[in-house]
Ligand binder design. Structure first.
Ligand code: CA
Length: 460
């Protein structure tokens, strides 16, 4: 099987220029609802993150690194396809409903792991899927040889052995390649062990591993002993958040050590980012000095900690200032795996490597775009300029991020020509989008509950 993979990989789309030995392993590590200011390499002072800091120091830190969406599920849809999720109508947070076979990442969309499989990679995913809970959307059917995690938008961190209500799936058993499994200890540690196991199992062949931690997303649950080390943080929510981030940092450290021990670190492309900005009220995250948070198109909702490390190819200790977006990592991984330029050209993500190596001095994108709630909120960033509409009946606001990272001075009235230009650019991008094909999870559950009420027979 291993030999076959290598052969298939060598024949399929690699051309003659890229030998199998040059292809890196790829490890994507996604945090969930981690704030812009909540890791050491972003200036955090109250939560030590030595492992993530070491990862950033070993590679490139993107100072304008963006998530594809201000909240969870749509970002993952773009991350797993390399395309703007609006292209295929994926704009809302998906409800957890294993019976609904229409609501999930469309099967017509080819996923990054499917493409990596075809290129001869072993593919594994650990953690939060959140791209559909019905059988046809299962990660094992969407390109991952191995899956250990859960299908909903979040999960309890400790095993709950009592009644398991369906809800949003937070208390379902873990899913291990389609079979139920109890959480072993604390969930973040459980996920780390599964990810490290995958790396060990596939040490002898190229692999793609997607580690989607749900930390530090709610529910706010942390191991007691780790909470005790943050006794100096007086706010209990922030204290729990700090403990959750700290365990996540340990997990990243274990994955990096595993790669080192196996002699794989040099030739492994490791990326780390958050799926959206931090939600301070929900989990105690901080996005300083940015405005807004999760659910907003202000910088605090979309600009996230964002790192890429590939010691064999990329210099250590560098920063990259041009704006980049999460699905650029998808394209970069595919390009590194030898996926053909014709395929990459059909994606919205851009291979960042030529830009990082100085072979292409242009910015990776002329502009980046966001759209929420069918366009009630939207944003476009081009160079240092950003135009955004923060709500359904609000006029667009214009900010120059070079001197106003906190988006406090609206320059729209002073620069109407620039407003028109950016708005036209956003509209042109939006022409290629589709309307959402499923509602957000709260609307979905409301409609479902209303439907079931109509089925109750009157008593008289
Ligand atoms: Ca999230």
């Amino acid at each position: 099987m291993r030999f076959l993979r290598t052969l298939v990989g060598a024949a399929g789309g690699l051309g003659l220029t890229l030998l199998a030995a040059d292809r890196p392993n790829v490890v994507f590590i996604l945090a969930d609802d981690l704030g812009y200011a909540d890791v050491g390499f972003q200036g955090c002072r109250d939560i030590p993150t030595p492992q993530l800091d070491a990862l950033a120091a070993a590679g490139v830190r993107f100072t304008s690194g963006y998530a594809g969406h201000p909240f969870c599920s749509p970002t993952r849809a773009s991350f797993m396809t390399g395309r703007y999720q609006h292209r295929f109508g994926y704009e809302n947070n998906i409800a957890f409903d294993p019976q609904n076979t229409l609501m999930g990442l469309p099967v017509a969309e080819k996923t990054v792991p499917e493409r990596m499989q075809a290129a001869g990679y072993a593919t594994g995913m650990v953690g939060k899927w959140h791209l559909g809970a019905a059988h046809l959307f299962h990660p094992n059917r969407r390109g991952f040889d191995f899956f250990h995690g859960f299908l909903g938008g979040g999960h309890d961190y400790f095993e709950v052995s009592a009644l398991r209500p369906m809800g949003e799936g937070y208390q379902t058993p873990l899913d291990h390649n389609g079979k139920p499994r109890e959480i072993d200890g604390y969930l973040t540690d459980d996920l780390t062990r599964a990810a490290a196991g995958f790396i060990r199992d596939h040490r002898g062949e190229p692999f793609f591993l997607y580690v989607a931690y749900n930390a530090p997303h709610t529910p706010m649950q942390a191991p007691q002993e780790r909470l005790a080390t943050f006794a100096g943080i007086s706010d209990p929510k922030r204290r729990t958040y700090a403990a959750m981030v700290s365990v996540l940092d340990d997990g990243v450290g274990l994955l990096l050590r595993t790669l080192e021990e196996l002699g794989l670190r040099e030739r492994t492309l490791v990326c780390f980012l958050s799926d959206n900005g931090g939600p301070p009220t929900a989990n105690g995250a901080r996005n300083d000095p940015l405005r807004g948070g999760k659910g907003s198109v202000f910088e605090g909702g979309i600009r996230v900690p964002f790192v890429m490390s590939w010691p064999a190819r990329l210099p250590a200790g560098t920063t990259f200032a041009h704006p980049v977006i999460s699905h650029d990592l998808s394209a970069t991984a595919l390009a590194a795996a030898g996926i053909g330029a014709d395929t990459l050209a059909r994606l919205d993500g851009v291979d960042l490597l030529p830009h990082l190596l100085g072979h292409d001095s242009r910015p990776p994108h002329e502009a980046l775009f966001w759209r929420m709630n069918g366009g009630d909120q939207w944003a476009v960033r081009s160079g240092d300029w950003k135009l955004l509409q923060a709500g359904p009946n609000l006029a667009p606001a214009l900010y120059n991020l070079a001197g106003d990272l906190a988006e406090t001075r609206d320059l729209a009235a002073e620069q109407p020509g620039r407003v028109d230009g950016l708005q036209a650019r956003w509209k042109a991008w939006n022409q290629g989008n589709r309307e959402a094909f499923f509602p957000g999870f709260s609307d979905y559950h409301k409609a479902k509950n209303a439907f079931y009420k109509t089925l109750v027979k009157p008593t008289e």
